[in-house]
Design a protein around this ligand. Structure first.
Ligand SMILES: [Zn+2]
Length: 463
């Protein structure tokens, strides 16, 4: 019998900081290496020493390019991790964009904190910089979907399309004689560009590690809500701001707007994408569609062979800071899509500051808003929000459209997980406590699974 263990180094009782360490008799493999985001108490965890000496880790498996899954890799490499980071082609491409942006933001924040004297570090320092990102990117090793790949002496990995973002995968890890299934972030069956998540193996999995972001919720299905919200916003006469994750959500929103404009459900107003990172990501989606990549939905490449799926004819791509600032002086109705999706940083913060005080404007939240973020404060109806040291009154209309989520909801998770036979144990991670508990209860009651919510740094041996 082998001695294999799993340690939960993040994404416990939170949706960020995904890091799971598998130890076998011959190797140590880390599944994802994400940054903690959201509440200050979570963000501070990024500054703690990594709980395992990075020089002892043999390989990393990266499920997708979101920062809460890849954002800590530059620290791991800088602090001595010298192995390979196995991932898919577009996860490598998008991780490069996201990690470079992260390094830039952190360096800028550190400089700003130094000028304003409000850093806790003296002098303020960035968690990592561009050289660290460049070092970690050299360790990336691209692996095809559906290809069983040996990554250490006794560990094999296979990536399967998970329908969450371009390049995203759920992961089957064979460790000695044990099989682990990591859902990572599981997508849904209605993505306009990405194919549905593959089905899990029908049997033979010993351990499942599942996300539970929406473990206690079921998404609304009516796309009409979006059209209604936009129509009401244009009647108020102001502008519409949609904070959106730069990678994937921007693409999905643009596709939805195009559909509404093409079918004349909303007027043909100008659409501004104001996030350099989102614009770079858009280009990778265009490439994926052109190449008919394995994770692209059937028929999408054929349909958009000679047209840009993201531009209904009035798309403006704002690259420079000057272009971004010019959006403060728009006349008539318009839609601005800007990152970050939870209002924690990026150009959207300036747009929120500018637009929230005016009751004519509308902010539409289209993604999960983690605890402690400005997006969550808006979602909860707070009347003022702190930005750049000032309290900004929230007079704009705030609405929420959940149907754009690229995470499976509670019903979809149960349905998908139920397609594999009961494992010895299922660990429920990547959720806030209510979501984790609700999903655990459904796994126990509906599927009769042995389901456990791990605590931070808890280690389980798998025998
Ligand atoms: Zn994700």
């Amino acid at each position: 019998m082998s001695s294999v263990s799993i340690a939960f180094l993040g994404a416990t009782e939170t949706v960020t900081g995904s890091r799971f360490l598998i130890s076998s008799p011959k190797s140590k493999v880390l599944i994802d290496c994400g940054m903690f985001q959201g509440a200050k108490s979570d963000r501070e965890k990024n500054w703690l020493p990594f709980p395992v000496d990075p020089t002892t880790i043999d390989a990393v498996v990266l499920s997708h390019a979101h920062l809460d899954h890849c954002g800590y890799l530059p620290v791991l490499s800088r602090d001595g991790f010298a192995g390979k980071i196995f991932t898919t082609k577009f996860t490598r491409e998008l991780s490069a964009v996201i990690l470079h942006d992260s390094a830039r933001l952190q360096t800028e924040d550190a400089k700003y904190a130094l000028e304003k004297h409000f850093s806790k570090h003296n002098p303020p320092k960035a968690l990592y910089g561009t050289p660290d990102v460049e070092k970690t990117l050299k360790q990336f090793q691209v692996t095809d979907f559906h290809t069983r790949t040996k990554i250490t002496d006794d560990v094999f990995v296979t990536f399967y399309p998970s329908g969450h973002i371009l390049g995203s995968a759920f992961v089957l890890l064979e460790v000695a004689d044990r099989k682990f299934l990591f859902t990572s972030d599981l997508g849904r069956n209605n993505h306009p560009l990405l194919s549905n998540p593959d089905l899990p193996p029908a049997s033979g999995v010993d351990v499942v590690v599942t996300e539970s972001t929406y473990g206690n919720r079921v998404h609304e299905t009516a796309p009409k809500v979006f059209a209604d919200e936009l129509t009401a916003a244009f009647k108020r006469g102001g502008h519409v701001l949609i904070p959106a994750f730069a990678v994937d959500r921007t693409e999905v929103i643009l596709m939805a707007l195009r559909e509404l404009i093409d079918t004349k459900q909303i007027p043909n107003v100008p659409i501004y994408v104001d996030s350099p990172m989102a614009l770079t990501a858009l280009n990778f989606y265009r490439t994926g569609i052109k190449e008919n990549a394995p994770e692209i939905r059937n028929g999408v490449s054929e349909k958009w062979k000679s047209a840009d799926p993201f531009d209904p004819g009035n798309l403006f791509q704002m690259q420079t800071t000057e272009e971004s600032k010019s959006l403060n002086d728009l006349s008539g109705s318009s839609i601005i899509i800007s990152a970050s999706g939870m209002g924690t940083g990026g150009r959207v913060v300036h747009h929120l500051e500018h637009m929230l005080p005016d009751a004519k404007n509308t902010v539409i939240l289209v993604g999960f808003q983690a605890a402690g973020t400005r997006g969550r404060s808006l979602e909860e109806g707070q009347s003022k929000i702190k930005m750049h040291g000032n309290w900004i009154p929230v007079n704009a209309h705030i609405s929420k459209v959940e149907s754009f989520s690229v995470h499976a909801d509670s019903d979809e998770l149960i349905d998908w997980l139920g397609k594999t036979s009961a494992p010895d144990v299922c660990f429920v991670v990547h959720g806030e406590p209510d979501g984790q508990k609700a999903l655990r209860d459904r796994l126990v009651n509906q599927l009769q699974w042995n389901a456990v919510i791990p605590k931070t740094d808890q280690v389980f041996s798998i025998n």
